[in-house]
Design a binder for this molecule. Sequence first.
Ligand code: NDP
Ligand SMILES: N[C@@H](CC=O)C(=O)O
Ligand code: NA
Length: 940
Amino acid sequence: MAACACGRGSSFAPMDCATGDRLRARPPDGTYFRLTLKTPPAIRIGRLWMTPKASTAGHDDAFRLKYSGSGSLIKQGTVAVQAAVTDFLKQEDNPVETLPKGDSWSVHKFGGTCVGTWERIWNVAGIIVNDSSLRKLVVVSAMSKVTDQMYILLKKAENKDDSYEADLAQIHKRHTESAIALLKEGTELDRFLDTLKSDVQNLQAILRAVYIAGHCTESFSDFIVGHGELWSAQLLAATVRKRGLSCTWMNAWDILVVDPTTPNQVDPDFEASVKKMDAWYSKNATDTIIVTGFIASTSDNVRTTLKRDGSDFSAAIFAALLKAKEVTIWTDVDGVYSADPRKVSEAVILDTLTYQEAWELSYFGAYVLHPRTIMPVMRYDIPITIRNVFNISAQGTKISSYVSSNAETSLHENEPEGCSSVKGFATIDNVALINVEGTGMAGVPGTASEIFGAVKDAGANVIMISQASSEHSVCFAVPQREARAVAKALEEKFHRALAARRLSRVDVIPNCCILAAVGQRMASTPGVSATLFSALAKANINVRAIAQGCSEYNVTIVVDQQDSVRALKAVHSRVYLSKTTMSVGIVGPGLIGGTLLKQLNEQAATLKEEFNIDLRVMGILGSKSMLLDDRAISLDSWKHLLKENGEPADIHRFTDHLRSSNSIPNKVIVDCTASADIAKYYYQWIKKGIHVITPNKKANSGPLDQYLRLRDLQRQSYTHYFYEATVGAGLPIISTLRGLLETGDKILRVEGIFSGTLSYIFNCFNGEKPFSQIVLEAKDSGYTEPDPRDDLSGMDVARKVTILAREIGLKLELENVQPDSLVPEPLREGCSIEEFLNKLPDYDEKIEEMRAEAERCNEVLRYVGIVDVENGKGSVRLERYSRSHPFAQLSGSDNIISFRTKRYNAQPLIVRGPGAGAEVTAGGVFCDILRLASYLGAPS
Ligand SMILES: NC(=O)C1=CN([C@@H]2O[C@H](COP(=O)(O)OP(=O)(O)OC[C@H]3O[C@@H](n4cnc5c(N)ncnc54)[C@H](OP(=O)(O)O)[C@@H]3O)[C@@H](O)[C@H]2O)C=CC1
Ligand SMILES: N[C@@H](CC=O)C(=O)O
Ligand code: NA
């Protein structure tokens, strides 16, 4: 496309450029005019826009010419660009460029890490070029560490340490190498290197003077350190131009005017600054300005800086000067986290925050923005977005006046309101509480003023205050290192009141931590405090003091320092995780445990999506090795991981690991062993608030006193203990019994075939195969206990009878149930499972005789268990039943259990079905996990 450059007055030269090009012409008289060609082609000259007529779009000589400000049409028709420009320039009222303000501007700020290397500067230039805003102002910090290095070399010069020269040379080298890498060659590079060299020479002279004088004034110091920004801004501007976008760099020393208020603070002078900026723009009109962060001048034109977080502040001030539509603070994190992610791995990036929320969070130590930074943009309601320069796909956190709840973006709609109004959490560590107490304070005006006057005199900073409305005590928090001095100052000030007992004491409670929950909607939401305090109570964390300001933007809680991280995790998880998120520990990944892990893996996604139940297996413990994971073990590869990454089994570490997963509200251990030793841990686990689920019968059929102690503990706590699979595997035996009992029925007798193994054996034992072979089949089918003698001895059935009897309320010991053992006497003890199975065929004859004898009477053998409630007894025995008896009608591993009760008297309630096997048993255990989830509040 043929086009032209233009200039004010009569001096401009025609140029060629193509559609999509943007360029700026600098006429010989030093004034600036810009020519911008966009797609669809459009040309702007000064404040004039030229766009092709719709009918001839794409042709190079058809333009409408209008003022960009007013949009009024000046000329329309087919004109040559040069002619149009000439027309325009001939106009007498040819307008002078003034700085436009408003929505057309977007402001970006890139911190030191964003421009730490030449590759990063290149990347930043790409972000600027790709921003489609009409106008952009980009604030840039010095390359990472340069400001600190400047301060250090300055100190060295003051201390007559010659190595400052080498340090400066190093900084010079770093910028030179970066410039060469970015700009390669040509006038841009030459110009930058010349400037850099001359600046460095000046600095060498200044530093030499400092070296000789042994002192440097603050304004000199500010002048010296501010060079880092000067260089990065010029280098970035040159790089942006190299990447094809016209831009001009701006030195904030010439623009920003500030009034120093305290040694660490300055107030911007907006009026003076905007005048300077207008003047600058009239000479340097451009759509893209790259400006130095951090630096400014006083009204006397003395160089200064904006102090801490200076570049963020620069961006906010420039945004306010321009009344920009938005500010983007580019950094190296994806946004503002709901809590420190180093402490809470579950912390999430917040989509939005209000100015006040950002303010509160940063006060409490979260990295957001310094409140001072927010003020200029708040004034014009300009949103600030914090984004990650290394992950531009992340949307970042937008800080504005818009009030939202985290529920709008979040995971669990089923949570109560009280949760979603809390946005973030932060802690201030190492504080001490000072408690001033005494009856003489009530109703005495000025006491608080005297207390805080003394604190001020001690030079301490009060972080929070809490006073009971009875006025008998005032409690406040100060940094721990200031506590002693504060207490001393108070004791001195109130020594008379203390002596007269009007004040009883001034206490220092050291080693505390402040936990703040922040959220603007907390103000109008009932239940927020209750939610937080119940989360802390559940995590067994003691609350020392509480404060909530009238603004209700935050609730501040003081806890012991040692509980700091646990407290943070507990409240965070209560708000950000589904309350049915469970940390699951599996003990015994054998047949049942392994099948359960497989079922969990298959069903996890559905449970999460449809029922908001989030199950995370965080530990697997075998007898020799264990696998722990802070987040969740991959259930696709747990076997491989356990083998490859497993560590020696240690049940205490396993328990601690699960317990310390404080970011997860609920913990459950599923014991899938047959071990009595493991069952002994249930008591401790429940005591620690860990729920227990098991198919292992050892705890409930073990010593009666231990069983009763366990049940007592569990009933007093809010911790659950489920064991449905201990009787009848996945069949609903325990739950049926409980349903009958809890609804007031009276159980008279429970009777049935409780062993899947023995059921299978006698269902198949019809004379065709030897007894020992059928035992092997039962084992191979996964029906038997790890040691099949537990089944054949009747002990497994005896345990089930004991469990049911106790459930009904009988005080039965396992020893009271004497089962008929089918294990031949010589094989009962002293031989391994393998030896037992090998030798069992030697004893087939005896049991075959029993079977044949029964058959002769048209009867079958069945192994039954009975709970005789009326007589308080349990029994287990091998019986003969006629072929027509229901017990003779079973197949496979079927269990059949009949409940004769007051309500089900004439006809008992019968439950029947497969009562052993990996899938049905693991399914029964899984049901208990879901039962637990529903007790914890999962939707039904
Ligand atoms: N099979 C069935 O149909 C039913 C079984 N049950 C019950 O399920 C439980 C499991 O049976 P099943 O899976 O067949 O047994 P397995 O022998 O297949 O698995 C037991 C697991 O427990 C582990 N284990 C043993 N002792 C310890 C210990 N001290 N610490 C950590 N881990 C240990 C074993 O680890 P390692 O391999 O490393 O030794 C193994 O992984 C039993 O209590 C059983 O009564 C309940 C109802 C039905
Ligand atoms: N070995 C047991 C398994 C279930 O408890 C049985 O056979 O019933
Ligand atoms: Na069951």
